[in-house]
Design a protein around this ligand. Structure first.
Ligand code: SAH
Ligand code: TMP
Ligand code: ZN
Length: 405
């Protein structure tokens, strides 16, 4: 038995993905013998409705000077963050000398839009290598983990914030209580918190089990986020679906009574009720769907192999680590994975040790099939790979269902 991180109810996993390495833990041959593994299991809390990992590696083990994910690798994401910054500026930064703080600001992909507008900004980013890129771009960045202590330090040095933002970071932080306390400290009385993360509703509807990996400590819903922050004098004032990362939700929160909640909040809570996001049976069904998806993907890849077809993985995403390890996909089924991130190239995928090679290697000799591991970037990738398709190349996808396209 474990206790829910949020409300301390006793909980137990509804599903295990077995032993998994760090999703972003790309390794060299010399590191194979010492690779870190942990049991990736997911629990649902029937009291506060939070979906959470049973166990998460130490934050310093995942987020450090060797962090492999640079936000700027996707042009679509850069555009998404430009729009996010624009909507915050228009709707929430009326006061002169307003301050925007971003948690998990990575290489500064979002804050650069505020910098360009001359808005006072501060990024809080513990991974020193990605933070260094932001600093080179002239974006103020504090290389620290966000928590209540960090929030007090920021307030002492810069004052309270008009907007506190986060993208794909809140769900990474196990100590949500310290985050919520920090937000209480950091936020101006009329300030707004806006953060977005992969959405539980999309994961369930699309059987997108690859959203579950070490860094994603939580899979949020409006129901669970509202519950958590209500304990800290805050309320959900909006919930806006996003297309990014295969289906995300942007949550807006304010101090209770400071803002009038949008009717979208009640609508979303009702949708979540209809989807059964508050019911254990929903997660039992999800587990069965994952098992079926695994069987179908593995048998498809085995068939490709027996037909002597070449299959290459497309994009060494963090998400792909769960799929490759859960489905036990080794280099005998996938020749290599192509990825544009220099720090990943020449290394091997976590756990299954499939070589990660630069994009040129993909174009030099197109395979028969490309397993689309970055299905969330499908639009951008398909636009870039017209030539592969013209030459008869096909995509193998597994979300929302296993198929060849
Ligand atoms: N916001 C960017 C980056 C997401 S990756 C985007 O959406 O593309 C998650 C980032 O959060 C990483 O850069 C990681 O180092 C950072 N992070 C992890 N824990 C954190 C914490 N406690 N406080 C602040 N940032 C954190
Ligand atoms: P993400 O799904 O976590 O955003 O990771 C995206 C990964 O996909 C990152 O390693 C870069 C890689 N990638 C490519 O290799 N080619 C592409 O066209 C895109 C969009 C991403
Ligand atoms: Zn709970």
């Amino acid at each position: 038995m474990r206790q829910c991180v949020v409300c301390r109810t006793n909980i137990s996993p509804f599903m295990s993905f077995g032993r998994q390495p760090l999703a972003n833990g790309f390794v060299t041959k010399e590191q194979f013998a010492n690779e870190y593994f942990f049991e990736l299991a997911v629990c649902f809390c029937p009291t506060c409705k939070m979906v959470q990992l049973a166990e998460q590696p130490e934050p310093q083990q995942m987020f450090n000077e060797n962090y492999a994910f640079f936000s700027g690798t996707s042009k679509y994401m850069a555009e998404h963050f430009r729009k996010f910054a624009e909507s915050i500026t228009q709707d929430h930064l009326g006061e002169p000398d307003a301050l925007v703080v971003e948690i998990g600001s990575n290489d500064g992909i979002m804050l650069q839009a505020f910098k360009r507008r001359g808005v006072r900004h501060l990024g809080i980013e513990p991974s020193a290598n990605v933070a260094a890129v932001a600093k080179e771009r002239g974006i103020s960045t504090l290389v620290m983990f966000f928590n209540a202590d960090t929030a007090r330090r920021v307030v002492a040095e810069h004052g309270q914030a008009d907007a506190v933002l986060g993208a794909n970071v809140m769900c990474h932080i196990a100590n949500l209580h310290s985050v919520a306390e920090g937000l209480q400290v950091l936020l101006k009385p009329k300030g707004v918190v806006a953060f977005e993360d992969p959405y539980l509703g999309d994961v369930i509807e699309k059987t997108a089990y690859d959203q579950i990996y070490d860094e994603h400590m939580f899979l949020f819903s409006a129901t669970s986020v509202g519950y958590l922050f209500s304990q800290y004098g805050m309320e959900l004032i909006d919930a806006v679906p996003q297309e990014t990362h295969g289906g995300s939700m942007r949550y807006l929160l304010a101090r209770r009574g400071a803002r009038v909640p949008s009717p979208r909040v009640a609508e979303r809570l009702h949708k979540e009720f209809e989807l059964g996001l508050d019911q254990p049976a929903t997660f039992e069904q999800f587990r069965r769907n994952c098992e079926r998806s695994r069987e179908q993907l593995v048998s498809l890849l085995r068939k490709c192999k027996s037909d002597s077809r070449r299959v290459v993985g497309y994009a060494a995403t963090s998400k792909s680590t769960t799929v490759l390890n859960y489905c036990d996909i080794s280099p005998d089924l996938i020749e290599f994975i192509t990825d544009t991130t220099p720090i990943k190239q020449g290394k091997y995928s976590p756990g299954k040790h499939i070589p990660v090679l630069p994009h040129e290697r993909f174009c030099e000799r197109y395979p028969d099939y490309a397993l689309l591991l970055a299905w969330n970037h499908e639009k951008e990738i398909l636009a870039n790979e017209q030539e592969f398709m013209k030459r008869g190349g096909k995509w193998i996808v597994f979300v929302p269902r296993v198929e060849i396209r």
